[in-house]
Ligand binder design. Sequence first.
Ligand code: ZN
Length: 195
Amino acid sequence: MRLAGKNHPMYRHAARTNGQSLAYNSWRSMRSRCLNAKDHKYPRYGGAGIRICAQWNDFARFLADMGPRPSRAYSIDRIDNWGHYEPGNCRWADGKTQNNNRDDNHRVTFQGENLTLTKWERRLGLDRRMLLKRLAKGLSVERAFTLKPQPRRALIPNLICRNGHAFTPENVYMQPNGQRRCRSCKRITQKRRKQ
Ligand SMILES: [Zn+2]
């Protein structure tokens, strides 16, 4: 990634007002920690699969979605810590709000025990984001933590079939019901049938 210097037109554009210029600094840092493998924060961001939505490659779009950054005390807060940098999951928040959103502080009492959501996730074997969504929908903790998970789509699409063939565009075909199938596996099955 090329970092823009102070003479970059975007910088001058951003420097027009303070809120814009502060937002520009945040935007650059966000891009660096998600895209620049040399950034010391990269392992917790880009390296951990946190992405930036395509439209936010454009600072003007980012600024239009986020609005100016209120002050230096504010930074980009991902509302769902596991979510990406994209409209709907990001807001400007000061340190206090961010701390409250951090997992260590996201504690939930269930059956008389007060644990972090991450601990509950492990204990119950339920996806943390699903628990968060349920609570956000207004379900009681009892319901949110005891309902069986609905069959969920994989959070990260499988990159290989169950026999280990890569799901490249050439190797994938869709069934009428929308399921992905592996051409290599199909070929193997057909061969076996012929034998
Ligand atoms: Zn296969």
